[in-house]
Design a protein around this ligand. Structure first.
Ligand code: ADP
Ligand code: SF4
Length: 691
């Protein structure tokens, strides 16, 4: 197929100083959880984007000096020449496919806690940002930089730029955003200096100008210098001559950098999930810049629609379409547009499971793209998969995310696949959960797979087909894959967090609420699942007009969602909807229209709230009776010619949608491997340092 001419504009080259991006697809700097310790994993994760058509592929944040150390979070570094090699691996991998490689040089200023290096943090005036999450709170404050420190700060940038050039990078960043070092100089509430770096805006901008000019001087024959700049907070400060200080900064520095990368000052805002922000939500912060500079402007916006990308360019908002999440979910997004296959784009659903990988300091994983992070250690490619035997038949029972991904990947491998789904609708839990408030994008997990399966002549799908063990046996297949999902339990938990018996009366599970059962208020939601279901059901039931209270033993509503950056947005939504919140409490009894609560702390202080209906959002258990029955009698299976019965996804171990998709994909890749252990490479520290 050929490209739709409507999208030609996306494939125009763009000059970034002395280098040229081959097209407008730009993978902006973003962490991938590999840090400096996993160079092969990182190189492979970045390489697939270059192969998939992203014209520029950047690293995540890369520290320039030990005074900017973010341990234990996974950052990379260019502290000395020994660090160059690790980067060269990625650069070479990206260059192989004709893309430019960029590096996000980073100094955190007071935002770097220096837990590993133990260097005293330095910042513009010793004023620290207020972090209230335990993992981010630093017990060391920064010291104000003196004139010598500022000279050093500039030198660190230049030295790192030279090293980056040696590694082969084409685009070098200075990072003046998100509360980090150079950005702190711009902010009047952080910059209290009385020398030539403080006071007037021209003075506050001075350091940035100097660093860009010095980096250019050191590397400009071969590298473009990009300025990453957070505009949202500065847009709110009125300028002396222009609408805002953000306008004045861009106009003062207009053509000094070779590229402007405009972003928000808060990571949680920038990575707002689809539940809380639409595609293109950053436009209010980045659309002002293009009128003030002749240099290209890049910004993100979870863009997955080529029409929206074209619109951003034609309306003069952006020159380059920046992406982190869309490039994670589909590294081949540009190639698919180029080849007229935009129907095959695996669209990001905006769930932010990838973000949680960073917080966990592990290679990021993705709900939509099960190969993310597995490119090197398992050799999984996002588009290619080894061919299988077309005479081998596989019956998949259940068409949720696990069953559908397994069917899609087995179908791609060429096996003879049959899918039996009990319901008329495919998609399992995603079809149901996509109906929760603002979660409609989750249906993309189903749609991407069903769209491809439809085109595969070797995959048959039967809806409304609830299979028993005997029916599986009678069907006759080489392999039976059981992907029958899970259900929510009614059990509560005791003071130690272990399951205990259930209460009688109006006690409901999420499955029952989602099936439309009538729930009368006041409603209490007892949430010890700690993810989205508790707060989503609270929203559903509140919007139906009920009084709703969430009770949780945790110290925040949906406490896990700190990990995917949704915590603040969820809390705000609960506040907006007047949903009551009882933190750090367990439910100990429910009768006569009242629930009894007890504090989780030693006092165990008791209290009560009115409650007509109790919804328990706690544990899930696998719907594994079919799997167990089939495995009960190996002889019966063998006699039927079935070589293996494999349970995947929630039916064996309830988890996120990402876990289920991964399990489905893994099963499809390994179904014909027999008893061989899978090859999983491990990154190992090298002892060959030149010291
Ligand atoms: P997962 O997340 O593991 O894919 P889901 O709960 O989303 O699990 O999907 C499981 C699917 O399996 C559901 O669509 C359900 O209707 C289907 N299912 C459960 N039991 C059977 C069965 N015996 N025969 C056919 N389909 C089944
Ligand atoms: Fe998008 Fe979710 Fe994948 Fe992140 S994990 S890239 S948000 S689909």
């Amino acid at each position: 197929m050929s490209r739709n001419p409507r999208y030609d504009i996306l494939f125009e080259p763009v000059k970034i100083g002395p280098v040229t991006a081959p097209n407008r697809f730009y993978q902006t700097p973003h962490a991938i959880g590999t840090g400096q310790q996993m160079p092969h994993t990182r190189a492979a994760m970045r390489e697939v984007r270059a192969e998939g058509g992203w014209g520029v592929v950047n690293t995540g944040y890369c520290s320039i000096h030990p005074t900017s150390d973010d341990a234990p979070l996974p950052y990379c570094r260019l502290w000395d020449d020994e660090d160059i090699k690790v980067h060269a691996l990625m650069v070479d991998a990206v260059h192989k496919h004709g893309a430019l490689a960029g590096v996000e040089l980073w100094h955190g200023g007071s935002g770097a806690a220096n837990r590993l290096s133990r260097a005293t943090p330095v910042s513009v005036s010793g004023v620290s940002s207020d972090y209230s999450y335990p993992g981010w709170i630093s017990l060391t404050k920064s010291r104000p930089m003196d004139a010598r420190d500022i000279r050093e700060f500039r030198r660190w940038h230049v030295d790192a730029a030279k090293r980056a050039k040696s590694a082969g990078f084409d685009v070098l960043y200075i990072y003046a955003g998100m509360g980090f070092g150079p950005y702190q100089f711009l902010l009047p509430w952080m910059n209290k200096r009385t020398d030539e770096y403080g006071g007037s805006l021209e003075n506050r901008v001075r350091l940035m100008r100097e660093i860009i000019e010095e980096m250019k001087e050191a590397t400009h024959d071969s590298c473009g210098i990009a300025l990453r700049f957070s505009a949202d907070a500065l847009l709110k400060i009125p300028g002396e001559h222009m609408e805002s200080e953000a306008h004045e900064i861009v106009s003062m520095l207009a053509d000094v950098p070779d590229l402007w990368d405009i972003k928000s000052s808060s990571w949680t805002v920038e990575t707002a999930s689809a539940r809380f922000a639409e595609q293109g939500a950053q436009e209010p912060w980045n659309s002002f810049a293009k009128k003030l500079t002749s240099k290209p402007v890049v910004g993100v916006g979870r863009f997955t629609s080529p029409d929206e990308m074209v619109s951003q360019i034609k309306r003069g908002v952006l020159d380059l379409i920046g992406a982190a999440r869309p490039s994670i979910a589909d590294p081949f997004l540009p190639k698919k547009i180029d080849e007229g296959r935009e129907d095959e784009i695996r669209e990001c659903i905006g769930c932010n499971i990838c973000v949680s990988g960073y917080h966990d300091s592990v290679p990021i994983r993705c709900t939509q793209n099960p190969t993310m992070g597995e490119e090197w250690r398992r050799g999984w490619h996002p588009e290619r998969i080894p061919a299988g035997d077309p005479d081998t038949s596989v019956l998949i029972v259940g068409a949720g995310p696990a069953g559908l991904e397994c069917a899609r990947a087995l179908g791609q491998r060429g096996f003879a696949v049959t899918v039996a789904e009990a319901r008329e609708e495919l998609g399992g839990r995603v079809t149901i959960e996509a109906q929760l408030p603002s979660l409609s994008t989750w249906a993309r997990v189903r749609d991407y797979r069903t769209n491809l399966i439809k085109t595969m002549s070797n995959v048959d799908v039967y809806r409304g087909s609830q299979l028993s063990a005997q029916e599986v046996i009678d069907f006759g297949c080489d392999h039976a894959v059981i992907a029958t999902g899970a259900y929510w339990m009614r059990e509560l938990i005791n003071a130690d967090g272990f399951p205990v018996e259930k209460f009688d009366g109006n006690v409901f599970t999420p499955d029952e609420v989602l099936s439309g059962i009538d729930v009368t208020g006041p409603v209490v939601i007892y949430d010890f699942d700690h993810y989205y279901m508790g707060n989503c059901l609270a929203e559903v039931l509140r919007r139906r007009g009920n009084e709703v209270t969430i009770v949780t033993p945790a110290n925040a509503v949906s406490a896990w969602t700190f990990m995917n950056n949704e915590l603040n947005d969820i809390r705000n939504r609960m506040l907006d909807l007047d949903i009551c919140i009882e933190l750090e409490k367990r439910i100990t009894g429910f009768n006569n229209g009242v629930v009894q609560l007890s504090s989780v702390y030693r006092s165990g202080k008791a209290s009560e709230i009115d409650c007509e209906s109790l919804v328990v959002v706690g544990h899930r258990t696998g719907n594994d009776s079919l799997f167990n029955e089939l495995n009960e009698d190996p002889e019966r299976i063998e006699n039927a010619g079935i070589k293996s019965v494999i349970g995947i996804g929630d039916c064996r171990a309830p988890g996120t949608i990402a876990h289920a998709v991964y399990a489905g994909h893994e099963c499809a890749r390994t179904i014909d491997a027999g008893d061989e252990d899978p090859v999983i490479l491990v990154e190992r520290p090298s002892l060959s340092l030149n010291i």
